[in-house]
Write a protein that binds this ligand. Structure first.
Ligand code: SF4
Length: 224
């Protein structure tokens, strides 16, 4: 049977991989069900593009692009990801991984084998609300990934999607405190929720936007 892990390919982005011109590979399926997720087709859909097609696409973009963003869905769910990254690397493309951090063993393997150049790690919400917002019980897996990347001094960023009715300033402050306590020294990115059609149906535009002046200092916080 042909392995088709990808739902779609975005052929070009100058925004999603800092300082790189890249393609985005969208992996089908996810191990979370975030209340604000707008990727319904990807989270519930089947993959329809094979590794071979994706690699052929990259070959046709040599000299035009220098990177690939592995996004989704959740790319680390894909069992063949290590082998796939080796093939991408053999074509001399850099790789950025967008991840929710729930697969620490896979991320450790990718980092230790030098198969990834940069990671954007979602810190969805503090531990106490993790299950309610993501429908996952595994904050501990995310936590392990975060600690690993900090300990490795790996180039990565932490980011949170902000819908003011789902995450409040005091919760973002708890994340900031936690990041500082763990020794994270990078930038913490906040990205406003933009869509209303989500995997749980339509949700209202936020009624109570987070007041940026209430956020703690001590960490560089940037709104995207
Ligand atoms: S927002 Fe949540 S459910 Fe949607 S793809 Fe990302 S991790 Fe998965």
């Amino acid at each position: 049977m042909i392995d088709t892990p990808l739902y779609d390919i975005t052929p070009f982005t100058a925004l999603d991989y800092p300082d790189h011109l890249a393609a985005i590979f969208w992996f089908a399926k996810c191990n979370m069900r975030c209340l604000y997720c707008y990727n319904r087709d990807i989270v519930f859909g089947e993959g329809k593009i094979s590794n071979k097609e994706a690699l052929n696409f990259l070959k046709s973009r040599k000299g035009l692009l220098d990177g690939v963003v592995l996004s989704g869905g959740e790319a680390t769910n894909y069992k063949g990801l290590v082998a796939f990254c080796k093939e991408i690397k053999a074509l001399k493309f850099k790789i950025k991984l967008d991840t929710n951090g729930l697969n620490p063993d896979m991320i450790q393997r990718l980092v230790e084998d030098n198969l990834i150049n940069y990671i954007a790690l979602d810190y969805k919400v503090p531990k106490e609300r993790f299950l309610a917002i993501t429908k996952s019980k595994h904050f501990d897996y995310f936590s392990k990934t975060l600690d690993f990347l900090i300990k490795q001094a790996f180039p990565f960023e932490v980011r949170t999607t902000v819908h003011g009715d789902l995450i409040r300033a005091e919760e973002i402050n708890r994340i900031i405190k936690d990041l500082l306590k763990r020794g994270y020294q990078g930038t913490y990115y906040l990205q406003p929720f933009l869509f209303t059609n989500t995997i749980i149906g339509r949700i209202k535009k936020e009624q109570n936007p987070v007041d940026a002046t209430q956020l703690l200092t001590g960490l560089k916080v940037v709104w995207r």
